[in-house]
Structure formats: C-alpha cells, structure tokens
Write a protein that binds this ligand. Sequence first.
Ligand code: NDP
Length: 494
Amino acid sequence: MSMTTEQRTFDSLDPATGAVVGTHPVQDARAVRAAVAEAERAAEWWGGLGWAERRRRLLDYKAVVTRDIARIVGTVHRETGKPKADATLEAILAITHLDWAARNARKVLGARRVSPGMVGANLAATLEYLPLGVVGVIGPWNYPVFTPMGSIAYALAAGNAVVFKPSELTPGTGVLLAELFAEAVPEQPVFRTVTGLGETGAALAGDPGVKKIAFTGSTATAKRVMAACAQNLTPMVAECGGKDALIVDADADVAAAADAALWGAMSNSGQTCVGVERVYVVDAVYDAFMRELTGRAREVRAGEDYGPVTMPAQLDVIRRHIDDAVASGKAVLGGPESVRAPYVDPVIVEDVPEDSPAVREETFGPTLTIKRVADAEEALEKANATAYGLAGTIFSGDRRRAVELARRMRSGMTAINSVISFASVPALPFGGLGDSGFGRIHGADGLREFARPKAVSRQRFALPGMNLTSFTRTQAELDRVVKLVTFLHGRRKQ
Ligand code: NDP
C-alpha cells in the first residue's frame, strides 16, 4: 500500500503481483461527517418508503449484483488474490443473504399485536422494530463481499441507511458494491462507501450521526472501535475472528472429516474467521484420519487451490506460529519452508502443546494443529479452552451425540458432518462470544440487531374500579387488583 499525503489517496494492490489495482481517496473525518449527514437524510427517505417498496428495491439491487457478478468477482480476485471460483462462491452467498433479508424484514420487524395479559385486558399492545438511522459498517478484506453484506443487507432491509468503510486492502470492492446499489436506488445515497485507512474507520465509529457500528476484524481493533463508539454511546456489533476447532469422534466418517478439515483450514489461504485451525481426533480413528488428511493435503497447492496471503503483515504471524509449532510438536506436512511470500503451502503439525501460539492465537493462515484425544469429551474440553468462541465443527456417526456436543461447544455456530455450513443458511444468526465479539448478523437476530424495538400500549377502554395509575384510586380498587393477582399468580402450579 502506498500513500501520498499531497493528494490524500492510497492504492490497493494485487497481493499476488504487487500491481496497483486501484487508487482511492483517503477520506478524512470531515468527508466522513459529510457522508453521514447525507446518509441521515437518505435514511429518512428510505425509512419512509415502507416495507413493500424497500423489499422491491433490495430485490432490484440483488438482481443488479447477480447480473454484474463477473465484475465483482474480478475486483475481489484482484484485490485479495483469491481464485475466481472462491470469489464467485462468496458473491453467491452474499446474494442469498440479500434475498433473505429483503424477503423477511417485514415478517421479523413489522408491527404486531402482543398479548396484553389479564391485568392489561383493557389495552392493545403493539410491538414493532424501527430503523436506527445511519449504520456504519467497517469491513474486512478476507471476504470483502460476503462479510460486509451480512451487515449491509440486514441493516438496509431494516430501513437504515449505510455508510461502509471497506478495508484499505479491498476498497475497490466496497466502492463497487455501493455503485451497484445506486443503480437500483438512484434517488438518495442510502448506501455509500467511504474509503481510507484506519482513521477513516475511526472517524465513522466516532461520528455522532452513526447510530450503530457493525465491525469485522481483529479483537484488538474492535476494542479501539468500541472506545470510539463509547463517546456517543453508539452500540456496536463485533465479529472478531476465532480459533475454531474440528472434532473427529470415534464413529465419524474419517474420509469426510479429513476432507472438511483440509478445506476448512486451507481454503482462502486460511484467511477465514470461521476457518478450521485446530483438530481434535479421538484415539480410535486417529491413524486412519491422519492417513486420509495427509494423503489429500499433499495434493493441495498454494497459488493453485488457493491464493496468496492478502495482508503482508500476516505472514509474520503465520511464520511465528509455524516456527514455534514445529519446534514444540511434530511436523506432518510442510514447515517453515512452506512460507514463500506471498504464498504459504499447507502446514500440518501434530502434538503441539495446548499453550502454544499456534493453538491459542488466531493464525489466519493455511495451517492446522492436530491433537490425539481419548474421547469426544476430552476433545470438547480442549476445543472449549479458548478465549475465542466463534464457531466449530463436529464429525460423528452418532446423531444424538453430535447434536449434544454441538450444543455444549462454546461457540456461536457449530457445523455437524459438514464445514462452515451454517454460513450458507441465511436464517441462522452468525456471531460469537468472548474474544470473538458479540451481537449477531444474519437471520432474524441479524435484522433485529439493526433496529430498535418500539413498544406501544393503547388503552381501549377504562377498567371500572381498577384504575391504579391515578391519585384518585381507592383502597377498594387496590384490594380488587390484589385479589385478581392472587387468583392468577398465587397458586403453585403442578
Ligand atoms: P483490523 O481489525 O485492523 O481491521 C479491520 C477493519 O477495521 C478494516 O476495515 C480496518 O481499516 C478498520 N480499522 C483499523 N483501525 C481502525 C480504527 N482505529 N477504527 C476503526 N476502524 C479501524 O484487521 P486487519 O485487517 O489489520 O487484520 C488483522 C487481523 O485481524 C488478522 O490477522 C486476523 O487475525 C483478524 N481478522 C479477522 C477477520 C474476521 O473475519 N473476523 C477479518 C480480518 C482480519 P484498514 O484496513 O483501512 O486499516
């Protein structure tokens, strides 16, 4: 990345070749303020369009994105280095989320009557979820379409305007997504992109016109963003990566488990927040699993099956983790020599101590640590012994045990006998706990994340002799209500 202060622009680079892909303005706090102010007006208009019209516009946007998928794929491919097939896959997933958010917003967020209860029998109670106004989205570079769209689509469907700050590594993708939106919704800048470096994101997080921040990135940066949000008590949703584990149980299909572990760990060069980084294999199938895994892994090549490491600084983290893991454990495939910048070939190390960086810290590279365990209980205990809590995978032939293990896995999402499958189901909420962050995107929870509940109670008629919210109330009225409450709630239910 190069930057000239005079013009206040920066370049995005092709990580495979170093060639300049595009040049973009570094938008400062003033530019961000202006964008947010315009978005505030656009939010009024968009919020006023109503459910049916917003749905129509969002489905139009979906159609534009789908028709222009080749342009999106080309930009993502150049900016991240990932193969076009992978860029296509993430664009398709983003389209399915856009579709779900558009079609389900009214059902999830629209006004509904709720029961007023016996004591409130004279009331009509309604609940609806109103837009927040302007939502700021701060996005990552690893899935520059799918990940931010998980916030953008849901925030727009909930009736908000969006100001999006893409990662400085993938600004062209961010600009393109907003440009395509303007084709479907030309009247107002309901969704716009601001480009720049970290300070541009910081300006967005600290802008008083922004009513919620949706952040994806590292835990350390999430803390800084949260501090900026604190100035205006701006709420945020934080998706901060993980150290996800895959468990192989005694009766698992080991070939399928090995295939999933390999793809979950190495695809996208390991730069996946819900990628597989650790594998715990039950003793009974350990050797069979390792045979399957190493046989398959030898066929996988960086630069062919997956792209380069997108962020050059990450190579230092990956190298440090590999060096340490190989010194303390046993290299099964690859090693320090696998790092040949900007590519990293698959690295698999077994028996790495549980307190090593490669087991505790997010590597974000095409590496796997494998550990033999006595049984699924030990596997779960070790899988859960992490500060992160994003997702995980279980391979088991026993459906009941797999579901039970999944429920007890300390993570926001778990896939059974498949890898990352939850991300393709728009109705499932996506997010983590602990150092992986908080809040949810996707699904009904993702829609509610970008809305505020509005509760209204309307008195339909006065309840004679039971008016307690008045200085004119009498002891007799109070006694009657106590009697009613005792009748309703005073008995022990069997
Ligand atoms: P960061 O957390 O630094 O960046 C994420 C986003 O936040 C980018 O858009 C970035 O902009 C922006 N940003 C940076 N500083 C600030 C700030 N002070 N205020 C507001 N926004 C800011 O992640 P990196 O891209 O540097 O990657 C570092 C590590 O984060 C990776 O190694 C990986 O472990 C993890 N990560 C996790 C992801 C996930 O999917 N959960 C995705 C990406 C990274 P800019 O790019 O312009 O600096």
